[in-house]
Unconditional design. Structure first.
Lengths: 161, 457
């Protein structure tokens, strides 16, 4: 039984599916509502010990027919002691693009979540400072969404004072 | 002393300043000689002590991830050069490995060894720049000049192999742009020897240098728990005593066949980071020497070639069916296509027709090669990985550099996500500067080795 299946068995109420991405990297699809509890559990569980949040990012599946929900937030977590890696995908609806922040679980999530908000417009509830990180405050829209044209121009903004 | 109306009472001001805490808000950057690249740190000072710090990034955002989605897979390679522009080869190779994982192809063995050699040389150039620049900021200008001299030896090697110093675009999905030039091994060994000498010189200058050590020791300390919680990787994490290195933890290319050590520190301060980086350069030289020793010989590059034809002559003869001796013909190309002839191509490029462009002799000389070429470069055709996603981490100079590529089955990547190693470190920077003196921001920030291109993408 691989890692993803083990986790699905143990946390079946919070995990929807155990799967894998290319190369067989273990991946789980998790429920949005309980994501923070699941992450806390995965970090503290002695069997898994996922102590590092390597990456957190979004994917916009606007043009994919098989995806019910438009967005997916992907957590890339790693365990230094156990040397295993897990991808946790969370499908997020466009109409309710918000999920719980994991900043309390790993402080690393702070900037990564800000980037997801900036690029995709997905909100993180309970984030201490959810503002744009790479774009400027006056920027309109969320550039990595598939319906944002790559060559769109926005007006120049002057100095604030 | 007579006092005029409206004069302020000096005595009163003194009393006031003793009663209330006075803090000063100081903007470091965005344009500041010690802020490599552009980054903005707002620090609150009390006297000379930093009481809070706010790091603001994004000044160098060039929509890397968005632009990767706009063109075919190979079009993203020049963009990856501009991520970490001090060690662009590692980004190149990381991206190609991710796409190769998605496709399920492997580069030939010789290409894998060359990729290791190039990655390690890049790691040395990156660490040289980092240490050189931070030593210069502390007044050790000699060290900067020495290290840039050493970097120049290595850049010359890279230039000879890739054709450029910075914007190298050397790796391809399925292999490399071209094989090594003649006489490479000897030149590379010589450059490494020179670099080694300079490292020894620098160690003699810095390791027991009172000014240098006092400025770094116990400054910018981060605990192991904090470093892990903030997702810090690379030399930064290793300076706190964690031996996490992607080359050992999840070996890729041929790293599992090479013998090297992972240096670790214990205090997690600036001095340990300096030591870790210095020792890593020695290890990289060691890896490169082993890879040079084990580098498999190319079959084709050593083979016999008969006639040399220009591209136009070759196409004309092929049209008339005069292809009798084309197996041994070498085509004379425009310099911009250097490296795409059989001699420099077939040993280092996958023979999987789905991914690799044929050698130019085949493109010009036979219909199969021509068709193969056009199937790969025509709009809407090209390299088409199956639907799905792949993540490939490599050990960048600053830590784990990972590419997560999503494919929708078309010839363009649906999404390319890069995990920039210094993004995580920068998000922990405020932890390290708070409580220190304002002058300590410079060495601490220098040890982060922030690379704007990779941080802001």
């Amino acid at each position: 039984m691989n890692l993803a299946e083990k986790i699905k068995q143990k946390y079946s109420s919070m995990v929807l599916e155990a799967t894998a991405i290319a190369g067989g990297d273990p991946t789980i699809v998790a429920k949005k509502e309980t994501i923070k509890n699941l992450m806390t559990a995965l970090r503290d569980d002695v069997d898994f010990q996922f102590n590092v949040l390597m990456d957190l990012f979004g994917v916009d599946y606007l043009f994919w027919e098989e995806k019910e929900k438009r967005f997916e937030v992907v957590y890339n977590i790693y365990s230094i002691s156990k040397k295993h890696r897990l991808f946790v995908k969370v499908p997020v609806k466009e109409t309710d693009a918000a999920l719980d922040s994991v900043t309390d679980v790993w402080p690393a999530a702070n900037w990564f979540e800000r980037e997801v908000w900036d690029m995709f417009g997905i909100r993180f509830n309970g984030h201490p400072n959810l503002k744009r990180i790479l774009m400027y405050e006056e920027f309109k829209g969320h550039p990595l969404r598939k319906d944002y044209p790559y060559n769109k121009r926005q007006p120049l903004i002057g100095p604030m004072h | 002393m007579t006092r005029r109306n409206g004069d302020r009472d000096d005595q009163e001001i003194v009393v006031l300043s003793l009663k209330e805490k006075r803090s000063m808000l100081l903007n470091v950057g965005p344009q500041h000689p010690a802020m490599h690249g552009i980054v903005h740190i707002t620090v609150e000072l009390e006297g000379e002590t930093v009481t809070s710090a706010d790091v603001e990034i994004g000044y160098l955002h060039r929509a890397f991830e968005k632009m990767c989605e706009q063109g075919p897979y190979n079009n993203a390679i020049p963009y990856t050069d501009r991520l970490n522009y001090v060690s662009p080869l590692i980004n190149n190779i990381g991206y190609c490995l991710a796409v190769e994982k998605l496709l399920g192809v492997k580069a030939p063995e010789r290409a894998q060894y060359i990729r290791v050699i190039m990655s390690e040389i890049s790691r040395v150039t990156d660490h040289l720049t980092c240490i050189g620049a931070s030593a210069m900021e502390l007044g050790a200008f000699t060290v900067f000049l020495y290290m840039i001299k050493a970097r120049e030896y290595l850049y010359e090697i890279l230039e000879e192999v890739t054709g450029a110093r910075l914007t190298i675009s050397y790796a391809r999905v399925g292999g490399l742009k071209s094989d090594l030039p003649e006489g490479f091994e000897e030149k590379c060994r010589k450059a490494l020897k020179e670099t080694y000498k300079i490292l020894k010189e620098v160690e003699a200058l810095l390791n027991k240098n009172r000014i240098f050590v006092d400025r770094l020791k116990d400054i910018g300390v981060i605990s192991q728990q904090d470093a892990l919680a903030y997702g810090v990787t690379g030399p930064f994490l290793r300076s706190t005593g964690v031996d996490y290195d992607v080359r050992k933890a999840q070996p890729y290319l041929v790293y599992d066949r090479l013998d090297f050590d992972i240096p670790i520190g214990e205090h997690g301060d600036n001095l340990d980071r300096y030591y870790v980086r210095m020792e890593e350069m020695h290890q990289s030289i060691r890896i490169t020497e082993q890879a040079l020793r084990d580098l498999p010989k190319g079959e084709i590059s050593a083979g016999d070639f008969g006639r040399v034809l220009t591209a136009a002559e070759m196409v004309d003869q092929a049209k008339m069916g005069q292809t009798g001796d084309f197996k041994t013909v070498e085509v004379d190309l425009d310099p911009t296509l250097e490296g795409t002839t059989k001699r420099y191509h077939d040993d280092v490029y996958s023979d999987d027709k789905r991914v690799s462009l044929p050698a130019k002799e085949d493109t010009y000389g036979n219909i199969e090669g021509l068709m193969n070429h056009f199937k790969l470069v025509m709009h809407g055709h090209g390299l088409r990985p199956p639907k799905g996603e792949a993540y490939f981490p490599v050990e960048g100079a600053n830590g784990e550099l990972g590419f997560y590529v999503v494919s929708d089955g078309s010839d363009r990547p649906y999404r390319v996500r890069v995990r920039p190693p210094c993004f995580a470190i920068m998000s922990a920077l405020h932890k390290m500067v708070v409580g220190e003196m304002v002058a300590d921001i410079v060495p601490t920030f220098g040890s982060v080795n922030m690379i704007g291109g990779e941080l802001d993408r």
